[in-house]
Write a protein that binds this ligand. Structure first.
Ligand SMILES: Nc1ncnc2c1ncn2[C@@H]1O[C@H](COP(=O)(O)OP(=O)(O)OP(=O)(O)O)[C@@H](O)[C@H]1O
Ligand SMILES: [Mg+2]
Length: 320
C-alpha cells in the first residue's frame, strides 16, 4: 500500500511529519489497539513511525505491540532523568516502528504541567519520523485535552454504545472549550469558558454554538474569532467494534449531531468491525494487523489510515 499525503506542512521546527492523537473520552473503546495497528499500517507502507504512550498513569501500549515494559519510559524524560526524548525511544522489533512507553503510575507525571508538555512537544519535533501517534488515556483531564490539541490530527474513537457516545460528545466539547480558552487573554471570557466546562453551569449554556452566541453579545470581535475556530476544528471520528450496519451509521449520526448542535464538522474516517480475532490477538500480545493481515478488521484499519492521510470521509458506497 502506498500512502500519499495531501498535507504534511505543520510549520513546526525541522519536523516534517504529522502528529496524530487518538482519544475519545471513554475507557476501553479501543484507543490503544487502534493506535498500535494504525502505526503498523503506516510503517508497513514504509513510513517511519513513532508511537507515544501518552496515557500517563495507565500506560499499556507496549502490551499491544507485544514488547515487555521497557527500562526507560516517558516519565524518565518528563522528570529530566534523561536529556533527550531519544533516550526513551525503544525499538519495537517491527520495521520502521519505534515506541516511547508510557509513564509509570506516578502522580507527579500524571499531573504534568503545561511547560512540561510543551518541552515534550518541542522534543518530539526533533524526532526523525514521518508520523508520531499519541495514544491518549480515557477521560477529559487537561493532559489528555492538551495532547489532543497539540496534534495536527485529533482522532476520536467511539464504540456504538450510549455511554461511549455520550463521553465522546463530552470529550469533543471539553477539547473545544480548552482550545478557545487558550486563544483568549480576556479574563472575563476565560472565566465564562471555565464555567461552561461545568455541565451544570448557571448560564445554562450547553453547546459551543450557545457559548459563541453568548460571547458575541459581550465582545463581537472575540465571538467572531471563536466562529473561525469552530470552522478550523475538524476532529476525525472512528467507530470501533461495529457489529451491524446500524452501528456503522452511528458514525454518520454523530457527525451530523455535532454539526447541528456544536457547529463542529467532524470527518468520519471509518469503522473497525468487532472481531473475535482481535481480542484473541490481544491475549497473545500480538498486533492483529500482523497476525491477520488479510482479515476484514485489517482492511478497515488500512482504509482508515488512507482516509486520514487523504483527508477523506468514509464513502458509504464502499462499506464492506
Ligand atoms: N474491534 C474489536 N473487536 C474485538 N475486540 C476489541 C475490538 N476493539 C477493542 N477490542 C477489545 O477491547 C480491549 C480494549 O481495547 P484498548 O485497550 O485498545 O482500549 P483503550 O480505549 O485503549 O482503553 P483505555 O481507555 O483503558 O486505555 C482490547 O484489548 C480488545 O480485547
Ligand atoms: Mg489505552
Amino acid at each position: 500500500m502506498v500512502f500519499e499525503s495531501g498535507d504534511n506542512g505543520n510549520g513546526r521546527g525541522s519536523f516534517n511529519g504529522q502528529i496524530w492523537a487518538i482519544g475519545g473520552g471513554k475507557g476501553g473503546t479501543g484507543k490503544s489497539l487502534i493506535t498500535s495497528n494504525l502505526g503498523i499500517c503506516l510503517s508497513r507502507a514504509g513510513k517511519e513511525v513513532l508511537l507515544v504512550d501518552a496515557d500517563l498513569g495507565g500506560a499499556n501500549l507496549h502490551s499491544c505491540l507485544g514488547t515487555s515494559f521497557p527500562n526507560v519510559t516517558l516519565s524518565d524524560f518528563i522528570r529530566k532523568k534523561v536529556p533527550s526524548i531519544k533516550n526513551v525511544t525503544i525499538n519495537t522489533g517491527i520495521p520502521h516502528l519505534s515506541l516511547i512507553s508510557g509513564a509509570e503510575d506516578y502522580l507527579e507525571v500524571a499531573n504534568t504541567n503545561y511547560a512540561q508538555k510543551m518541552r515534550l512537544l518541542k522534543q518530539l519535533t526533533y524526532v526523525e519520523s514521518d508520523y508520531i501517534l499519541l495514544d491518549l488515556g480515557a477521560g477529559t483531564s487537561f493532559n489528555t485535552l492538551d495532547f489532543f490539541l497539540i496534534a495536527d490530527c485529533g482522532i476520536i474513537v467511539v464504540t456504538p454504545e450510549p455511554t461511549s457516545i455520550e463521553n465522546a460528545y463530552r470529550f469533543i466539547k471539553s477539547v473545544f472549550y480548552r482550545r478557545l480558552k487558550r486563544i483568549v487573554n480576556n479574563h472575563g471570557i476565560r472565566e465564562i469558558i471555565a464555567e461552561v466546562m461545568d455541565r451544570k453551569n448557571e448560564l445554562g449554556i450547553k453547546t459551543p454554538i450557545e457559548l459563541i452566541s453568548h460571547i458575541e453579545v459581550i465582545d463581537k470581535a472575540i465571538g467572531q474569532r471563536f466562529k473561525e475556530e469552530v470552522l478550523k476544528f475538524k476532529p476525525k471520528l472512528i467507530i470501533n467494534s461495529v457489529r451491524t450496519r446500524g452501528d456503522i451509521n452511528i458514525g454518520f449520526s454523530i457527525k451530523s449531531t455535532c454539526l447541528k448542535y456544536f457547529g463542529i464538522n467532524m470527518t468520519y474516517v471509518g469503522y473497525v468491525e468487532y472481531d473475535e480475532s482481535i481480542w484473541q490477538a490481544v491475549r497473545r500480545r500480538r498486533p492483529f494487523l500482523l497476525e491477520y493481515p488479510n482479515s476484514r478488521p485489517a482492511k478497515c484499519m488500512e482504509r482508515i489510515a488512507k482516509n486520514i492521510i487523504m483527508n477523506k470521509e468514509l464513502d458509504e458506497e464502499f462499506i464492506l
